[in-house]
Design a binder for this molecule. Structure first.
Ligand code: FDA
Length: 396
């Protein structure tokens, strides 16, 4: 039976980083995955260009951009392995990249460059890769961990669980990490799909469907949290970065509010149009401010016939209100089928923030998305995967 110092389960972003770092310290490492390639999510991420980090992840602002029952938990790993560390690695491999917006760094070329880079690092760290391998069982005794694989039985001193969350089962996501956490006595926080499009009941959807394909810059809010980014109408409901971001905060039964004119004083704009063009139809006035079909839908919602010159100040205030805080009540989300990440996971109370090691099970570590740490859209989740993987790789 082969023995390794470290076995890493899951060859995604976090698992590869953990294996590389443990290997670089001279530990013998086996990295196991049931997929036939490493880093499937890296390959499809960022629209195929991999938004591999966000330069704000460790700034003061960035600290609020990780959701968890203990938002401070992530700070230790994030401050020791920073976006600059990953950028230096990317630069060492000559991978060209650019900042798209809001600190988000994307490859200029295909995302597969990141996987090629990590595979090269794995080779240099002498990590043994076992892909296309089913993990049948994991157990622990005084000697360490025993892992039954479809093609071998292996043992190790340390075990790093990096099997990700539940998002996109079609790409190989399973609940294995959560099962192992429970098996070893760690608590779980509630898990739910996050960074996911929101859906609507049939009546509302019928109306929204006509807008399918329209994008608008908007501020989308839930309580005190708001995001100014693109909003996209789809035939299933609402999507786009602003909606994906707010989906991590939204809960069933809640409404969201949309400011369709984030940079304009809507009341002022309509008053000016009322004065300048009093004989123009209201729909036309709204159409001057918004995409035509959206203007038409809002006009119908407000029952706005006639010319803008005939508008009372009261009616005008109603129009202003729908433009600045259009209230929408989603009924659900598209779920794990399309969610970019899973909110919740292994309870951070049972993990050491510095090493990601289980407090009560020596040698056991959980890294990446399986842990109850979820970043905003925009490179924050990969940065957490690199940083948490790195931290466990120093300790395993
Ligand atoms: P990840 O899910 O990457 O890896 C887990 C690995 O474990 C997989 O290789 C899987 O096959 C393996 N595994 C699971 N169960 C197993 C089992 N039972 N047996 C064996 N192996 C098993 N983030 C970001 O920062 N920037 C971005 O641009 C994007 N873009 C993006 C697009 C899309 C479409 C998605 C779905 C997600 C993103 N993300 C993202 C999120 C990002 O992909 C995610 O946060 C990281 O991949 C998490 O890394 P992990 O290594 O923790 O899990």
């Amino acid at each position: 039976m082969a023995h390794y110092d470290v076995i890493v389960l899951g060859a995604g972003a976090a698992g590869m980083m953990a294996a590389i770092e443990a290997g670089k310290r001279g530990r013998t490492v086996m990295l196991v995955d049931h997929a036939t390639h490493v880093g499937d999510k890296i390959r499809i991420s960022g629209g195929g260009r991999c938004n591999f980090t966000n330069i704000n992840a460790t700034t003061d602002k960035g600290r609020d951009r990780f959701l968890s029952e203990n938002p401070r938990f992530a700070l230790s790993a994030l401050s020791r392995y920073t976006p600059e560390n990953f950028i230096a690695l990317v630069q060492r491999y000559g991978i060209a990249f650019h900042e798209k917006t809001l600190g988000q760094l994307f490859c200029d070329g295909p995302a597969t460059q990141i996987n090629t880079m990590l595979l090269s690092e794995l080779r240099q760290a002498n990590v043994v890769l076992s892909l296309g391998t089913i993990i049948e069982s994991v157990s622990r005794d005084v000697e360490g961990f025993a892992v039954e694989l479809s093609n071998a039985s292996i043992t190790s001193d340390s075990l790093i669980v990096a099997t990700g969350g539940k998002s996109i089962p079609k790409m190989g996501a399973t609940g294995l990490g959560y099962q192992l956490a429970t098996q070893f006595g760690l608590r779980l926080t509630e898990t739910r799909p996050a960074l996911v499009p929101l859906t609507f009941e049939t009546g509302a959807l019928e109306k929204l469907k006509n807008l399918s394909g329209i994008a608008a810059d908007a501020i989308v809010s839930h309580g005190k949290t708001s995001f100014e980014e693109a909003l996209l109408f789809t035939h299933r409901g609402l999507s786009g970065p602003a909606i994906l971001q707010i989906s991590s905060y939204w809960r069933e039964g809640d409404s969201i509010s949309v400011d369709l004119l984030p940079h304009e004083d809507a009341g002022e704009a309509i008053r000016a149009l009322r004065k300048a063009t009093p004989k123009v139809q209201v729909q036309t006035v709204l159409g001057a401010l918004l995409p035509k079909k959206l203007a038409q839908l809002l006009g119908e919602e407000l029952d706005l016939p006639g010319m803008v010159g005939d508008f009372s100040d009261k009616k005008l205030a109603e129009v202003e209100s729908i433009l600045k805080s259009w209230t929408l009540k989603p009924v659900g989300s598209e779920g794990y089928r399309t969610a970019e990440v899973t909110l919740g996971g292994v309870d951070t109370r049972d993990l050491d923030a510095k090493t990601l090691g289980a407090r009560n099970v020596p040698g056991l570590f959980f890294v990446g998305e399986v842990v109850d740490v979820t970043g905003w859209l925009g490179g924050y989740n990969f940065q957490w995967a690199w940083a948490s993987g790195w931290a466990a790789g120093q300790a395993a």
